[in-house]
Design a protein around this ligand. Structure first.
Ligand SMILES: [Zn+2]
Ligand SMILES: [Zn+2]
Length: 338
């Protein structure tokens, strides 16, 4: 397997042969660009690897830039979930350095190996045309549900003391997250949570034999938007969670970074609700909703301060005891004051 892969990488069959039976008049603009890319690189493994890496960088940093601008404009502070905790340019730069280091060291091999793994499962890569948009939309929706499920249990496991201390602690450096911090994490965490992102398409392809890598790219792009927006630290009146009540969004994940023992899911609210790990979050929302508009800001700030203090205690306890604050005790557990 490895030898044939190396052979294919070093001495690939000319890509033009692959398109010998393709009717180019039937292709749309995107599909033509796709063909041109594969013909230009003339090595399918390299073409897929490069495209995957470049796409990830463009979407990740492309989506983070608007949030960096929002952080730089005080006007937007009114929608900041933890007001006054706007990241400084130094914070953003430190974060960018680690994210870039991870991308260039840990992610490149993973992305490179993706093409042969995908082909071994029968996934289409260089082929055109793409599936129709309805097929892609349904598949992306399925990947969202699968990823959310994986993320919940993997993330909750990462809060188990020894794993937290060695792996997940890095991601929790920021109790008030910002867009760039979405992938600020230990390489092993990137790998573990990445399984949820790539595993869905792989499993789907394995079970049905139908999957085009263009759908996987669409899914990864939408997923990057979701995770960066969830870390943005802003909840606008037009944010998606106001339209889709089951959507996680920034207020949901911000609270995870602050409270430490609530809201483990990535995209949706239902798993935390069903498994009782959103009790503090819902109590906070209910208390804020119950007070008059005049007192709301002060009450909200008080609850946020208390939640953060409690979160810090839970975090410290997980580190010190080596036993999860979250995993083996209910989220109703009282953390003793220290
Ligand atoms: Zn966490
Ligand atoms: Zn996070």
């Amino acid at each position: 397997m490895f030898e044939s892969l190396l052979q294919e990488l070093l001495h690939p069959e000319p890509t033009a042969h692959l398109y010998a039976n393709t009717d180019f008049t039937q292709l749309n603009w995107f599909e033509m660009q796709w063909v041109n890319w594969y013909l230009w690189i003339d090595n399918p493994i390299l073409a897929t690897g490069l495209m995957s890496f470049v796409l990830h960088e463009i979407v990740y940093f492309g989506r983070c830039i608007p949030w960096i601008i929002v952080d730089a404009i005080p006007y937007f502070n009114r929608w900041k979930l933890q007001p006054g905790k706007v990241p400084s340019p130094k914070d953003q730069w430190e974060c960018t350095k680690l994210v870039l280091l991870t991308h260039f060291t840990v992610e490149i091999p993973q992305i490179w190996l993706f093409h042969p793994m995908a082909e071994a499962l029968g996934m289409q890569t260089w082929q055109v045309p793409f599936p129709n948009w309805k097929t892609m939309a349904v598949q992306v929706a399925i990947f969202f549900v699968l990823e959310d499920f994986w993320h919940y249990f993997a993330h909750k496991s990462l809060h188990y003391g020894p794993l937290y201390k060695r792996i997940h602690k890095i991601h929790h450096k920021y109790s008030a997250p910002f867009g760039l911090a979405a992938e600020y994490a230990h390489p092993l965490e990137v790998l573990i949570l990445g399984v949820g992102v790539i595993g869905g398409p792989m499993l789907y392809c394995f079970l049905t034999g139908e999957m085009h890598i263009a759908t996987v790219y669409l899914w990864i792009s939408v997923k990057l938007f979701q995770t960066i927006d969830a870390h943005s630290g802003y909840d606008f009146p037009w944010s998606l969670r106001h339209i889709l009540p089951f959507w996680g969004g920034a207020d949901y994940h911000d609270f995870h970074h602050m409270s430490f023992i609530n809201n483990y899911a990535s995209c949706f609210r239902w798993l935390d609700y069903l498994l009782g790990t959103d009790d503090k979050f819902r109590a906070y929302k209910a208390r804020v909703a119950a007070v008059s508009a005049k007192d709301r800001q002060a009450v909200e700030q008080q609850i946020l301060d208390d939640t953060e203090k409690e979160g810090l205690r839970a975090q410290k306890e997980a580190e010190d005891a080596g036993i999860a604050a979250a995993w083996n005790s209910s989220s109703k557990r009282e953390v003793p004051a220290q």
